[in-house]
Design a protein. Structure first.
Length: 289
């Protein structure tokens, strides 16, 4: 990764005018989300990867979406062996989390119907199991080797004690990896973004938003020091994109799986989309249904 960070307000300028495809938790439509195989399968299909970060019980920053372990792991079986009764990620130490299989659930759940449609071969996917939890440090090293920029979403840790620690831990890992200019930090918890801006002004930040826009949106984003706005697709129309782009703010929309909607958003001038079906813009994207 480059040693010198670009001006944070221009982080997304590096991608140029070509539509930016951001792999949402990796290629999660065909591989278990936030795992190494999902990230590896995003290479060549996206120009940026989005991932989620939480702190576990002993303070390590790990790549995981949910606050609990039940949906995407075999935590019930492992907890019994360890004598644990809770399933909140923040209650498990890293060495305990390392025992989990974060991939095999996908073979049963088939959340996007990829196995049913034959888009993924069950035997080949089974051969990739188990998938183990990644630390942020490990993923930053992998991204550096593959020259892949990252969107690191810091999950809201309230009411866990680690709420007070997560921003400083994420910033520390990014700096130690020499990746300050290769990542953007996003969060729905905008206080985390304020803390990041104060703690590490060299790292770009972007505001995630769903349900409704903050009042005085442009002024609000500028007061945060955000380089981009990441709204839910339902909040986005052409006028919004025009206003934000006129204010030199980039717009990256989540989560867009419909090819027609993707094309519409790019016509309106959005910088990028987060998608579960990463594919270059000239690639015939398979419908998610």
């Amino acid at each position: 990764m480059t040693a010198a960070a670009p001006p944070t307000s221009r982080f997304f300028d590096r991608f140029g005018p070509k539509p930016l495809i951001i792999a949402h938790r990796g290629f999660r439509a065909r591989y278990p989300e936030n795992t190494l195989c999902a990230f590896e399968q995003s290479l060549g299909r996206s120009r940026m990867i989005e991932l989620d970060v939480r702190l576990c019980g002993d303070g390590a920053a790990v790549v995981f979406h949910d606050s609990h372990l039940l949906r995407t792991s075999n935590a019930v079986a492992v907890a019994g062996k360890l004598g644990l009764t809770g399933f909140e990620l923040s209650d498990w130490r890293l060495d305990q989390l390392r025992l989990l299989d974060l991939g095999s659930w996908f073979l049963d759940a088939d959340p996007f119907g990829a196995l049913r449609r034959g888009a993924v071969d069950r035997a080949q996917l089974s051969a990739l199991m188990p998938q183990r939890i990644l630390t942020l440090r490990e993923l930053l090293a992998w991204a550096g080797l593959n020259r892949m920029p990252l969107n690191i979403e810091i999950k809201d840790m309230l009411p866990a004690r680690s709420d007070e620690l997560i921003v400083s831990e994420v910033v520390r890992e990014i700096r130690e990896a020499g990746a300050s200019g290769e990542v953007v930090i996003s969060s729905f918890n905008h206080q985390y973004l304020r803390s990041c801006r104060q703690m590490a002004p060299e790292i770009a930040i972007a505001a995630l938003q769903e349900d409704a826009h903050p009042p005085d949106l442009i002024d609000y984003l500028q007061s945060l020091g955000a380089c981009a706005y990441h709204p839910h697709d339902s909040l986005v129309d052409e006028a919004l994109v025009a206003r934000l782009r006129a204010a030199n703010l980039h717009v990256n929309v989540f989560t867009v799986n419909d090819p027609a909607r993707r094309q519409q958003l790019f016509r309106w001038g959005v910088t990028g989309i987060f998608t579960d079906f990463p594919a270059p813009v000239d690639y015939p994207l398979q419908s998610p249904v």
